[in-house]
Design a protein. Structure first.
Length: 130
């Protein structure tokens, strides 16, 4: 009977994790003190309540970052495929010539939508820090 390589990997992985957890518990100091029980935040002593609400502008900037980050995820593969050369066998590895105009138009509409969203956010004052 042979053991599957995946099963061997899982056994080694679980053994590694268990060994590290046991060693960390055995080697760590167990003496408790008031200073060790305090929460640690960026090297500063905690002051006040940690559940203070954030200003909405932080969330808006995060959402805008995600929108434009996802734009690049769509834009980069299109740019690579649009100008791809032929492979060793001579076949086109990019966008077929018949669809290149359609794909280009779709990407222009996609980018125009993002530009409109950017202009809208700019007009609403999202990028102004008061």
């Amino acid at each position: 009977m042979t053991i599957s390589p995946l099963l061997v990997y899982i056994i080694v992985l679980v053994g590694f994790v268990a060994t590290n957890l046991i060693l960390a518990y055995v080697a760590s100091p167990h003496k408790k003190s008031v200073v060790k029980e305090m929460p640690y935040e960026s090297g500063m002593d905690p002051i006040g309540d940690a559940r203070q609400p954030f200003d909405v502008k932080f969330y808006v900037v995060a959402i805008l970052f995600l929108v434009f980050d996802v734009e690049l995820l769509f834009l980069y593969p299109w740019a690579v495929a649009a100008y791809a050369a032929k492979d060793a066998a001579g076949t086109n590895i990019g966008i077929p010539k018949e669809l290149s105009g359609t794909v280009f138009a779709v990407m222009l509409v996609f980018m125009a939508t993002l530009v409109i969203a950017y202009i809208y956010a700019w007009r609403k004052g999202v990028f102004r820090w008061r």
